[in-house]
Structures are given as C-alpha cells and as structure tokens.
Design a protein around this ligand. Structure first.
Ligand SMILES: [Zn+2]
Length: 279
C-alpha cells in the first residue's frame, strides 16, 4: 500500500518520501536531516534511493549525506549527470524505471534548467500526508488513490518555475507534456508558492471564476497542515495560467491581458513567464 509523506524543509521547500512495503525513496532532499528524522519515526522502512528532478542546491543538498547515512542510490537525468551529486543511476527521458518497488516514467520538462525531468508513478498512493511549514502532518483523504507526478520546479500549483536555462519554447513544450498526464495525478511540486501564483493568475485572468474561488479558498484548503501541496493536475488544468495558455480561448484572454498577439503560443507563454517575474 504505497504512502506519500510530505516533509517541509528550509523556508518553503517540500521534500517527498514515497513508501511501499518497507521500501522508500525520497524526492529532491534539500537537506538530509529532516529526511533522516522522518525515517526514524518509520521503523522497518529503508531508504533505497534519492530521486532528483534537477541539480539546484535546494533539491540535491541532502544527497551525499543520505548516501553516507543509508547507502541509498541516487537517481537523476542522464543528460545532466555531472550536476547531480552522488548519482549512481542515470536515467533517460522516456525510460520506465523502478525505484523502491514503484514503477515510474521519466518525463522531459526542461525549461527551469536544461536537465530538469519529472517522474510519473504508475501506482496510486493509498495514504497522502500533507505537512507544511508551521503546520502538522495531516492526512489528505481527498488526494488519495491517485498516482503522483514529481515535478520539482517545473510546475507549481497555480504557476511554474523561472526560466533559468531554458527558453519560452522549452517552457511551452514542458507545459504540453505535463498537461497530457493523467488528470487525477497529484502534482507534487517542490515549493509552497501557491498563494502568490494564484494572485498573479487572478491578475492575468480576472474574470476566471475557478482561479478566484481557489484563491479565496486557499486558507481553508491549507487547514492544519498549512500546506496547499500536493493537489491534482485536474485542478491545475483549470486554474494554472501556464496550462490554461495551451487552450486557445484562455490564451486569447491571457494575450489580451498582457498586450501580446494571441497567435504565437510560445510568445504568449514567454510573456506570461516574464510578467510573473515582474509581478
Ligand atoms: Zn530549481
């Protein structure tokens, strides 16, 4: 019975621990200590692997210490292997891999960085625990029995990661890849940026009722966990402007709001990202 545990780390990072029959992997450990502390509360669970989405320090910072403490493997993108500390298993885009007994597909979501990948689990998670900063670990039953998408900084709830190394065309391509995943999937992103992203979304698409409703309900949604993450891809497809931009009707509204021509989707996505950078 796979379980998904969220671990709040540093200021606004989220690390995920996926557990299945006593075997576990951790996604993007910024720091080893909170992961080791979580494992101490889980007797009989062995960490088998670190899984990295990209090379940024707040995603790989705990790699070497976790390897030292547990002897776990480190999984990362083959085309970015030089930047993943301690990598032992370099995986290709499109590969079906198995980590700690769970099958996952490797997706190409380069844009935030040129090596960024996402992982999509085949299995669904029977128990999902949200745990935000200053919150308590809280079971999120609404989110259970769903597969996970470990998206790192490629997609956030209501937004997406900055373009550090990729182009607007890369961002458009990665949004296209993410939009095609199973809508019931959990978007397990690496930061709690939902509130500021939704404020931007409401600014760009002021008459979109779902965005306003999500923003207004956010405090209730976070509840005792103080975490809005993960949430479903289905919800992102309805409220995330970077995914809405893929739809011609919404793209028209976004383009009008940003004063750019609606015909060129890459230009619209690029302008949207630039506008968020300035927001
Ligand atoms: Zn990053």
């Amino acid at each position: 019975m796979p379980e998904l545990l969220q671990i709040p780390v540093w200021r606004d990072n989220y690390v995920y621990l996926a557990i299945h029959e006593g075997r576990a992997f951790v996604v993007d450990p910024s720091d080893a200590e909170p992961v080791l502390a979580a494992l101490q509360t889980l007797p009989g669970v062995a960490l088998e692997a670190v899984v990295n989405t990209h090379h940024h320090p707040d995603h790989v910072g705990g790699n070497l210490k976790l390897v030292e403490a547990t002897g776990c493997a480190v999984v990362g993108a083959a085309h970015d292997r030089e930047r993943i500390p301690g990598i032992t298993r370099a995986v290709d885009i499109g590969a079906r891999i198995e980590v700690a007994g769970l099958a996952m597909d490797v997706l190409d979501v380069r844009a935030h960085t040129r090596g960024h990948v996402a992982y999509r689990t085949e299995a669904t998670f029977d128990r999902v625990i949200r745990h935000g900063h200053d919150g308590v670990a809280t079971r999120a039953q609404r989110l259970e029995d769903r597969p996970a998408l470990f998206v790192g900084d490629s997609l956030f709830l209501g937004g997406c990661g900055r373009l550090f190394e990729g182009s607007a065309a890369d961002l458009h391509a990665s949004m296209q890849v993410l939009s095609e995943q199973r809508p019931e999937s959990l978007v397990c992103c690496a930061h709690e940026y939902t509130a500021s992203n939704l404020r931007f979304a409401a600014d760009v698409l002021p008459s979109h009722p779902s965005i306003r409703a999500r923003l207004d309900g956010l405090e209730r949604e976070r509840g005792a966990s103080r975490s809005s993450v993960p949430d479903t891809l289905e919800r992102e497809l309805e409220t995330n402007p970077f995914l809405l931009a893929l739809d011609p009707e919404h793209r028209g509204s976004i383009a009008a709001s940003l004063d750019v021509p609606p015909g060129d989707i890459v230009a619209v996505v690029g302008a949207l990202r630039s506008a968020k950078d300035r927001f």
